[in-house]
Design a binder for this molecule. Structure first.
Ligand code: KDG
Length: 323
């Protein structure tokens, strides 16, 4: 049985070894990146069975994506290799203050060629949940209908679906982004926007109003990331706030949202029956609390997923809280 299937583009990330400026830094480290594979690794470390599906080039970077994910216990047996198009790469430019800038080299990549006719039912075999992001729809001409098709298929087959809008302004126009992301929200059970994404999608409102507006579109749970303010979750019955965790050494915020998603899903999927029948406030709070913890942990490490904890590490921190 597979707990979670996720579809997306995974890339090779180059980061300057000394966290220096991209222009001058001569040394780079290479690792794996990709929002959905970050979530896959996060969930796998928390003891879930996860399958990552995506298209990669027939190149050494594609091999590296697969071996890294497999090494983290993620099932990659359904990944597809494209004989013609490459695996994408991306670079992080660390700033002295604030979030790193990212530079993508992913146009024409194997993943950007995904189209609805490539969606394969077997990807969802034996699975309970599908997680997708708003990055994949932005990648190519046919990737948005492909993601839509997989979400629809998942619902038909009785899987629950989560959707993180993961707005990447560099990848598409504002208008297309807004329209496409809004159109996918009704196909998910769990929607997890950040407050800035909520504002991008709906215009400025107060936090409660965002929650209510997204719930009206169809999801049963809206889990909203509020950055340093923690998070807030909405269901038909309640809204629940979870306080943030202290970040002792802020190093790299990229990947924090994916960490949040892994933490949240790891708890919610323990209560799958409640996802459709109505989630209890306590479970929602536990999920947000763990999500906040994972988000804070991810920012304290360089790299998009390296800081993600195991279940034992999570329990260690949370048990410590009680004493
Ligand atoms: O969420 C982290 C991602 O930004 C990173 O891993 C790369 O998927 C990625 C993207 O499109 O930015």
């Amino acid at each position: 049985r597979v707990d979670v299937v996720t579809l997306g583009e995974s890339m090779i990330l180059f980061q300057s070894y000394n966290q220096g400026a991209l222009q001058y830094e001569p040394l780079f480290t290479k690792s794996l990146a990709g929002a959905e594979s970050n979530v896959a690794i996060g969930l796998s470390r928390l003891g879930k069975k996860v399958r990552w599906v995506g298209r990669l080039g027939s190149d050494p970077f594609g091999d590296l994506v697969l071996t890294t994910l497999a090494g983290q216990g993620v099932d990659v047996s359904h990944a597809v290799r494209d004989p013609e198009a490459p695996t994408a790469v991306y670079f992080k430019d660390f700033k002295r203050y604030g979030d790193p800038a990212v530079y993508y080299y992913r146009k024409g990549s194997a993943a950007s060629r995904l189209s609805p006719d490539m969606i394969d039912e077997s990807w969802l075999e034996d699975a309970g949940h599908l997680h997708v992001t708003g990055i994949t729809p932005a990648l190519g001409e046919h990737t948005a209908p492909a993601v839509r098709k997989l979400m629809e298929l998942a619902r038909e087959k009785g899987l629950t679906v989560s959707f993180d809008p993961n707005l990447r302004r560099k990848l598409w126009s504002e208008e297309t982004a807004r329209e496409t992301l809004l159109s996918l929200i009704p196909l998910c059970d769990i929607f997890m926007p950040g407050d800035e994404e909520a504002e991008f999608l709906l215009g400025h409102r107060d936090i409660e109003a965002y929650g209510q507006a997204f719930l009206k579109m169809g999801p049963k749970i809206v889990a909203m990331k509020l950055g340093a303010e923690g998070s807030i979750g909405f269901t038909e019955k309640a809204s629940v706030r979870a306080e943030p965790f202290k970040v002792d050494r802020l190093i790299d915020t990229v990947g924090a949202g994916d960490a949040f998603a892994s933490g949240l899903l790891s708890v919610l999927l323990e209560h799958r029956e409640q996802l459709t029948e109505g989630l209890g406030e306590e479970v929602l709070h536990e999920a947000l609390h763990r999500a906040n913890l994972l988000g804070s942990m991810a920012t304290q490490f360089k790299g998009d997923w390296e800081g993600l904890p195991t279940l034992a590490e999570v329990r260690g921190v949370l048990d410590g809280e009680k004493h």
